[in-house]
Design a protein around this ligand. Sequence first.
Ligand SMILES: NC(=O)c1ccc[n+]([C@@H]2O[C@H](COP(=O)([O-])OP(=O)(O)OC[C@H]3O[C@@H](n4cnc5c(N)ncnc54)[C@H](OP(=O)(O)O)[C@@H]3O)[C@@H](O)[C@H]2O)c1
Length: 347
Amino acid sequence: MVKVFVNGYGNIGRRLATMLSADKEFQFIGVAKYTADTKTKDALDNQFDIYVPESNLRQFRNSNYKVSGTVEEAVKQSDIIVDAAKEGRGFDNKKRLYEPMKKAAIFQGGEDRCGVRSVADMIHNSRVNYAKARGQIYVIQGSCNVSGMGRIMQPLAEEFGDEIERYDVTIVRRWADLEDSKEMRDSIEWDRNPHHQEDVKAFMPTANLYVEAYKVPSRMMHLHQMLIRFKTKAPAKDRVIELLSKQFGVAILNSAIGSADVRRKALTLGFQHGDTNMVHIHQEVMRVQDDVLKILYTDDQTGMVIPENHLLLQSMVFRRPKEEAIKKTDTLFQLSRKKRILEEEFK
Ligand SMILES: NC(=O)c1ccc[n+]([C@@H]2O[C@H](COP(=O)([O-])OP(=O)(O)OC[C@H]3O[C@@H](n4cnc5c(N)ncnc54)[C@H](OP(=O)(O)O)[C@@H]3O)[C@@H](O)[C@H]2O)c1
């Protein structure tokens, strides 16, 4: 059995651990914790084995938390590591642990693809380049925004090809995740250089894409306003809805008022971690105006990338055909069922 370890237990690491402990194709080694805080108890309550850096062993023992070993020991016994470190620390993990021990790894979207702290050449987006990840040693799973953009843009590019002139995306980003304790500042912040534009171009190099991103004091999902300019007239709305409704991990909603409606619905319906794991097109505000198609969709920031990591593992480790992998991921995350439920709730 393939042994897998999750390095980090934050918003993403916790969800990856739920996924990997439920998938019987993997032997789940456990998770890494770096701080002996209450999230350690959460991991132990979930029956996850905890590994800590050698230098922090005493801190955890003094707090009476059961520790199964060091992070170094966990990496050594694993075949692949899903790194869920705080943004940017994946690079140090690669240099200090994965490369010397010759271990494969998946990194998250906060890591660099270019420059001196690059962790991998490839950014995975299951809708675009799933097969390319086959047998790769190091791959970045694109961030939630980047995963969502690929999921909408690729079907449009396949359907309309050269008819599309350019994409302009305005991302309205949440300030913090539901589980974060950090305070939100009452401000709207702009981003001097949104990484999303170059990240998407890494897997859709010919897309004429321009991205702006703004951070707002909310915990409830991201919102994307995508404007697609066509060379002549934009296609009819019905045709676009029909195309997008067939996509895996895309729900078409009609009566949500804001991002919190969708998140709260996922929580009240008892979806695991309160995640929908998908993007939600808000059909009632999709507009076609002359040569421009306007799509507004919300993107489940924490949940989106978890099935994406699952698909990526299936490509890297099992070299499975995509259709088979999607079936496995769908069974584990119940994405098609959740999509039906959400579409019914917000019809
Ligand atoms: N949050 C999202 O919605 C989201 C969505 C898509 C992608 N991502 C990406 O996923 C990654 C993780 O984000 P997150 O939101 O889960 O962050 P987070 O909640 O801040 O958690 C980060 C975790 O990293 C741990 N950590 C500290 N030093 C580490 C090290 N050297 N190696 C491994 N782990 C270390 C921390 O451990 P302790 O708590 O024990 O100190 C903490 O559990 C980032 O690259 C981020 O850009 C996040």
